[in-house]
Write a protein that binds this ligand. Sequence first.
Ligand SMILES: Cc1cc2nc3c(=O)[nH]c(=O)nc-3n(C[C@H](O)[C@H](O)[C@H](O)COP(=O)(O)O)c2cc1C
Length: 194
Amino acid sequence: MRPPLDTPENVEPGNHVAALLRPESAADPSLTSRELASRAFRDALGGFATGVTVLTALAPDGQPVGVTISSFNSVSLQPPLILWSLACDSPRLEAFRRSRHYAVNVLAADQEWISDRFASRDADRFSGVHTIAGMGGVPLLHGCAACFECSSEAHYPGGDHIIFVGRVSRFSRNELAAPLIFHGGRYRVLSDAS
Ligand SMILES: Cc1cc2nc3c(=O)[nH]c(=O)nc-3n(C[C@H](O)[C@H](O)[C@H](O)COP(=O)(O)O)c2cc1C
């Protein structure tokens, strides 16, 4: 049976390992092999193009919280379930864990600045961001490509992240808005190959 792919050390022999052993990488004395493996692992994961979302909720004290998340994905149509994951060391983890409702705001191509804002150390991430109140008072961001309002269904441990599963209660979609894309550590926009 194959070992689980849960650490860079478990990557099976092949192209990935060959990438780790590239002479220019191995020649850098400032990097340990563990750092190299971790960087190569992240780079390989970054080859999977995703959209960009901002997860929003209300903290127990009623303050809005939000964080940029690309680990969003669909899980089930019946019942309608989605998932995303948040780093265990995020200061917003407890707010999301305790919140009965949250929203997945799928960013549009012109909302790169919102992604940067909600991934920054900015104390007031919502400053200048237009929101309306959704279910449970959760702030919904204006101008997104789509929005999924969820009730919290489950949390699962996932290494250094917590995996959240949400049940979608309401959603909206702006068919005219092109989505913001994240790939290879950079923002991109879709262009028709044809
Ligand atoms: C495009 C993009 C996608 C991200 N996706 C995730 C993610 O899926 N999970 C996560 O924990 N952090 C993710 N981050 C990092 C967080 O947004 C960032 O670390 C966080 O906002 C730091 O703030 P905190 O103080 O709320 O943790 C992403 C950042 C960017 C720019």
